[in-house]
Design a protein around this ligand. Structure first.
Ligand SMILES: [Zn+2]
Length: 168
């Protein structure tokens, strides 16, 4: 989003405020060595399997921005059962899939900006063709779950960006 903001930690000025951040892989994959990755699993932009028994899919954990109305998106990975993973793959090219019941998923990224988020419980809602699944956190008191329920300010997005744009 075109928006001029100044990082409060270092004073650097930016003309663009990113409204999404997405870890490239689930943390268990990121923790593997190159050699382990070559022999133990597969990954692409949306799906990841490790040891034929850990199944991950990438989704959108949306957080409403209150003013101006907009959406901030964490592109996070969740793990699902083998059965649900196979269902997701089977429906991959289907036009209509939002009618599927939500699936259980474990959040598999630590987002850094919050107390640990790895292992939070979620519900995974498939959406119609071409859209990544929507990730809904269990409604707990975890700050990320509170933010998803109640929304965040643009100032909070600046804070998240300042931390997430590590090394800027
Ligand atoms: Zn800074």
């Amino acid at each position: 989003m075109k928006y001029t903001w100044t990082c409060r930690c270092c004073g650097q000025q930016f003309d663009e405020l990113p409204l999404s951040f997405a870890p490239l892989a689930p943390d268990p994959w990121a923790g593997l060595t190159e050699q382990e990755r070559a022999t133990r699993g597969t990954i692409d932009s949306d799906l990841c399997v490790i040891d034929r028994q850990h199944f991950f899919v990438r989704g959108c954990l949306d957080i409403p921005i209150i003013d101006p109305p907009a959406t901030f998106v964490w592109g996070v990975w969740v793990s699902v059962t083998k059965q649900n993973f196979e269902r997701i793959v089977a429906l991959w090219d289907a036009e209509i899939r939002a009618s599927e019941p939500p699936m259980f998923g474990w959040l598999c990224n630590d987002l850094g900006v919050y107390p640990t988020t790895f292992g939070l419980k979620t519900r995974v809602h498939l959406r119609d063709a071409g859209q990544r699944p929507l990730i809904e956190l269990e409604p707990t008191d975890h700050p990320l779950a509170v933010e998803q329920r109640e929304g965040i300010s643009l100032q909070r997005v600046e804070e998240i960006a300042a931390e997430a744009l590590a090394g800027h």
